[in-house]
Design a protein around this ligand. Structure first.
Ligand SMILES: [Zn+2]
Length: 197
């Protein structure tokens, strides 16, 4: 039964306990994977903060209400997660249960990012890079899919990373090493992190 519910797009009920455990496991797995890949670039305090704040998994209704309380407006259609840094929980909607592990990983990456860099670079690069790192970790791209998280931004950020080297992108994204910041990456926008899938 669990699998059927997991893949059922119209399911709007709160997921059963086994599925909630899977979400929790996905949250822990995301942190472990991020630590394993990027620990040389991550201050230990940032990882500690991330561990101290378990991701909040919310039904579609809870997610929308919480988002509206926080930002004073309803989330755009397709928004499945948001986070504001490692010192508070990320929020993930369970309205599309099959997307939860990927959205969770994406939000955990935002939390692991160097905050100053995240605000100094173009939003498009930061979102695209977040999704490019996510897809590299999951091994699943959304190529050819009708609905995909930031498809153009991801393709562009991946292209930049392939030119400068992924390591340079990692040093900038996680480590705040501005030497890796090229004109394609720089931006001046200031905005909260809200995600659309
Ligand atoms: Zn994002």
């Amino acid at each position: 039964m669990t699998e059927i519910r997991l893949n059922h797009p119209e399911n709007r009920e709160a997921p059963p306990a086994e599925v909630r455990t899977m979400f929790r496991d996905a949250d822990e797995a995301a942190i472990l994977d991020i630590e394993r890949r990027y620990q040389d670039l991550l201050p230990p305090e940032r990882l500690e903060e991330m561990r101290a704040h378990q991701t909040s998994f919310e039904s579609g209704e809870e997610f929308r209400a919480d988002f509206a309380r926080r930002f004073g407006q309803a989330p755009e259609a397709g928004t499945l997660g948001w986070s504001l840094g490692p010192t508070e929980a990320a929020h993930v909607s369970t309205s599309e249960p099959g997307a939860v592990p990927e959205v969770t990983y994406h939000e955990r990456l935002h939390q692991a990012a160097d905050a100053e860099t995240a605000h100094a670079v173009a939003e498009a690069w930061h979102e695209g890079m977040t999704q490019a790192f996510t897809e590299r970790a999951t091994g699943q791209t959304h190529e050819g899919e009708e609905r995909a998280p930031y498809p153009e931004e991801t393709a562009r950020a991946r292209g930049v990373a392939e030119t400068t080297g992924w390591e340079a992108a990692e040093r900038l994204y996680f480590g705040g090493d501005r030497e890796a910041m090229t004109a394609e990456v720089a931006g001046t926008e200031d905005r909260p992190k809200k995600d659309h899938a």
